[in-house]
Design a protein around this ligand. Structure first.
Ligand code: TYD
Length: 341
């Protein structure tokens, strides 16, 4: 069986590419090699006979037509995914996250035998007051340019499934963490900075809550879903949630403890505009299909810390591409004027 994975050099994509190759799939990875892509994430399968990389953009119809041709399955991980960057430069999110999906859907429309899986996010529901959890039919209420783009992408998938009867699955996942994640994201940013004894810029009061899933649990969800794709067309929506919900301050403190640095590194800074307080998914539908999250947060965060400690050459390869400039733009002012605790 043949699969196209888009964005396979990124964090989640790279784990899924390796899992599918291990499972016997013939995998093509279409990746634009943006700042968030890291070829080192795929070192271990780079020369594998059932793996090939196409460097290209999901927004380029000619490249996508060629890449989709002959595939049994297309999984779309190609996306701009960092909320903070979507505040600095929203148009690139509209382009890759929305236009890219439509280009993929257009190519798939002509190939009704290929199934489509779209990776989405709990952020499409916006902030949810406790103790609410979003089920698959909860209303969209995105608040950042990133989450609005992912919601719009989902609506396009829904439209193609409804209009053309295309077989499509949308997986909405909570916050993912683990090896290979770009260090712009909360957990790897705090881990790598704490290891060097640098300040940890915590937005606002740090009481925002996120649901955290270790990347291998998301991979097991993808494996299960691609092994049980529904026969016939139409849209399937599934939530990949771990139930492991933590406040950001708690996560930051745990990180300091694990890397044996003082909690005083945590520096409250100006909040992210429009910052959602809480995300929470109801993953009952996927659990009823036989899936379980297996890695508790406490285990996952220790595995992640060990990986970042042991692999500075891997994550450093991605971090070198303009990260210092981004960090200065995003945090320079915030860190020069820390808020009183
Ligand atoms: P992030 O990893 O950007 O994921 P998302 O915003 O998509 O959930 O951030 C996770 C949480 O951590 C979020 O509530 C914002 C917060 N955060 C900080 O407090 N400081 C930071 O420097 C970053 C990157 C995130």
């Amino acid at each position: 069986m043949k699969a196209l994975v888009t964005g396979g050099c990124g964090f989640i994509g790279s784990h899924v590419v390796r899992a599918l190759v291990a499972d016997g799939w013939d995998v093509t990875n279409l990746d634009k090699l943006t700042y968030a892509s890291n070829l080192r994430n795929l070192d271990e399968i780079a020369g594998h006979p059932r793996y090939r990389l196409i460097e290209g953009d999901v927004c380029d119809p000619a490249v996508v037509e060629r890449a989709v041709d002959g595939q049994d399955l297309v999984i779309n991980f190609a996306a701009e995914s960092h909320v903070d960057r979507s505040l600095l430069d929203p148009l690139v999110f509209v382009r890759t996250d929305i236009e890219g999906v439509v280009v993929l859907l257009e190519a798939l429309r002509k190939r009704p035998n290929a199934a489509f899986v779209q990776m989405s996010t709990d952020e499409v529901f916006g902030t949810l007051p406790a103790p609410l959890e979003a089920a698959e039919d909860a209303p969209f209420n995105p608040s950042s340019p990133y989450s609005a783009s992912k919601a719009a992408a989902e609506l396009q998938v829904r439209a193609y499934a409804g209009t053309y009867g295309m077989a499509a699955t949308v997986l909405r996942c909570c916050n993912v963490y683990g090896p290979n994640q770009h260090i712009e994201k909360f957990i790897p940013l705090f881990l790598t900075r704490a290891m060097r004894g640098e300040s940890l810029p915590l937005y606002g009061d740090g009481r925002q809550e996120r649901e955290w899933i270790y990347v291998s649990d998301l991979v097991s969800a993808v494996r299960l879903v691609v092994g049980q794709l529904p026969a016939g067309g139409g849209l399937q929506e599934l939530h990949v949630g771990s139930g492991e919900r933590r406040g950001n301050l708690d996560v930051a403190e745990r990180i300091c403890d694990i890397v044996e640095r003082p909690r005083s590194l945590i520096t409250p800074v100006a909040d992210r505009p429009g910052h959602d307080r809480r995300y929470a998914l109801d993953a009952g539908k996927l659990r009823a299909m036989g899936w379980r999250a297996e890695v508790p947060f406490e285990t996952g965060i220790q595995l992640t810390a060990e990986w970042y400690r042991a692999n500075p050459d891997v994550w450093g390869a991605a971090a070198s591409a303009g990260f210092a400039d981004y960090f200065r733009e995003q945090y320079g002012e915030r860190l020069s004027e820390p808020r009183p605790t």
